[in-house]
Design a protein around this ligand. Structure first.
Ligand SMILES: [Zn+2]
Length: 121
């Protein structure tokens, strides 16, 4: 999961496709998330995900900044294990705004409007 977040930050399309289950994998030019400016990842919880499991769930909040502010993507993702590798299947997600006076998701401790919210403009 963290490695897939990193791949979004680094715009590593090949890795994202390689770790996407073939049944739900999008076409290569349809990965919108790689054009966004990701600024933080918080893992809320994980279910299963050990060596013995074949399915796993990861709930996370990934944040990004854009020209008009910032968004938090809160997703519960499902993974399956195939040949020793975790593959992303799908997820339920909702978007919310990052409050301008709220703490910046990047971990700086500053307000969003004085941190990544500034750079976004
Ligand atoms: Zn920041």
């Amino acid at each position: 999961m963290r490695s897939r977040y990193s791949a979004y930050v680094l715009k590593d399309l090949n890795y994202l496709l390689k770790t996407w289950h073939p049944d739900t994998r999008p076409v290569a030019n349809d990965l919108g998330g790689t054009t966004l400016r990701w600024i933080g990842l918080e893992i809320v919880r994980t279910e299963h995900g050990s060596e013995q499991d074949s399915v796993g769930v990861v709930e996370f909040i990934a944040s990004y900044a854009h020209a008009a502010g910032g968004k938090r993507l809160h997703e519960v993702s499902r993974f399956v294990r195939a040949q020793g590798c975790w593959l992303y299947v799908d997820g339920d997600c909702r978007l919310s705004d990052i409050l301008r006076n709220g703490r910046c998701p990047c971990g700086s401790g500053r307000k969003f409007k004085r941190c990544c919210g500034l750079i976004a403009r």
